[in-house]
Write a protein that binds this ligand. Structure first.
Ligand code: PLP
Ligand code: COI
Length: 376
């Protein structure tokens, strides 16, 4: 399929936001309560006062663009998504800059991926304009909820699901798109400290021709049991191998993965169709290349990494994603091995890339690639 991506210009954004009818809540959270909620939010537990919403009907297309009070959805028990998981989502952040303005990072890339995910899940595509318009309309309405502290941001969760009450197995003729927002601090409770990773030998999250490169809820459901297994084995996150040969690294449940070799080259699993095309991954490939490192997207076997960890040729490993930003990996383990990554401490390049990326996102460094978009 093709997507018709284009950059949304600042002057165009006003018109896109104006399409959303703001039906503000008459019960906004009191200021003191909101400030308390913003002080140290645990990832994904606190939500703002509003949500953006657009409905789709097969015969009419997208309609009723609005921002309305955040609250429970009433669903018929036969609603298709509850039975067949026809659902997709995105993950993005809004960052407050020192002058109080609010920005987001490469939203067109999220809009494009959302459209690709929609295609794979037989859902209707939302235009880039509606995707970005909905986010800006919500962030402007709930601007007071964008936290200001270091490593804090307003996490944005656009999602779309089959809302038609119908038990037949076919693409739904009624669909809802919503975007909710949640003030967040660091994804991992310990802040930026190295995480340990369990390589699953028994489970895969995706296979050839499956939905691995779509951001659909089902992929995450499939990752929960192996993630639990990882935790039972004393690790923070699970890493999946490819389903065809059970020998190549793919990604974690919610993050892409990078390896830094002792010769300075930086490697990440190539996009095979079963890996999510991370926007953080893509941006890091650029930042690492800008620093003069050779970057290699290729198949990376577990055997090679195990040997490299044991022999010292693997110097650093890190995971990356919107929620996790750049997180050092300190240990890689499985049922038949347990390796510390170098000395187990955060790697130098890992932390330099993390700083460089967050400096751009928080407006502390020049946005030399034109990645940031002002929302409010
Ligand atoms: N891989 C998976 C499975 C994810 O859920 C995510 C998070 O969105 C990523 C990778 C990283 O993607 P991004 O950098 O676009 O957030
Ligand atoms: C993100 O990084 O935004 C994700 O969606 C990963 C996870 C929270 C599911």
């Amino acid at each position: 399929m093709t997507t018709t991506s284009h950059n949304v210009l600042p002057e165009e954004l006003e018109d896109l936001v104006a399409l959303f009818d703001v039906r503000g809540t008459d019960e906004p959270t009191p200021d003191a309560e909101r400030e308390e909620a913003l002080a140290a939010p645990r990832f994904g537990t606190v939500f703002t006062d509003h949500m953006a919403r657009v409905s789709w009907r097969q015969e009419d297309g997208w309609l009723d663009r609005r921002v309305e009070k955040y609250g429970p959805l009433q669903l018929d028990p036969a609603t298709a998504v509850l039975h067949y998981a026809q659902e997709i989502f995105e993950g993005m952040k809004a960052y407050k800059h020192a002058d109080g303005s609010v920005w987001t990072f490469r939203p067109e890339a999220n809009a494009d991926r959302f459209a690709r995910s929609a295609h794979r899940l037989a859902l209707p595509a939302l235009t880039v304009d509606d995707f970005i318009g909905s986010i800006a309309a919500l962030v402007r309405t709930d601007r007071a909820w964008v936290p200001g502290g270091e490593d804090s941001s307003l996490y944005l969760r656009p999602f779309m699901f089959a809302s038609e009450p119908f038990l037949g197995v076919r693409p739904a003729a009624e669909v809802e798109y919503l975007c909710i927002a949640s003030p967040v601090g660091p994804y991992f409770a310990g802040g930026v400290k190295p995480v340990s990773i369990w390589v699953s030998q028994d489970y895969h999250r995706a296979g050839p021709g499956g939905t691995g490169n779509a951001k659909c809820g089902g992929n995450y459901a499939a990752s929960l049991l192996p993630q639990t297994e990882a935790q039972q084995n004393g690790c923070d996150q699970v890493c999946f191998l490819d389903a065809s040969t059970n020998s190549y690294l793919e990604e974690l449940g919610g993050m892409n993965i990078f390896v830094v070799m002792d010769d300075g080259t930086v490697h990440t699993p190539e996009l095979t169709g079963s890996i999510l095309e991370g926007i953080t991954r893509k941006s890091i490939l650029q930042l690492v290349a800008d620093r003069g490192h050779e970057v290699v997207e290729r198949r990376i076997s577990l055997a090679e990494i195990e040997a490299g960890l044991a022999g010292g040729s693997v110097r650093e490993m890190f995971a990356c994603g919107t929620a996790a930003v750049v997180t050092p990996v300190g240990r890689l383990a499985s049922s038949n091995f347990d390796h510390t990554v170098a000395d187990g401490e955060p790697g130098e390049l890992t932390m330099a890339i993390r700083s460089e990326l967050t400096d751009i996102q928080y407006g502390r460094a020049r946005d030399r690639h034109g990645w940031m978009r002002r929302l409010a």
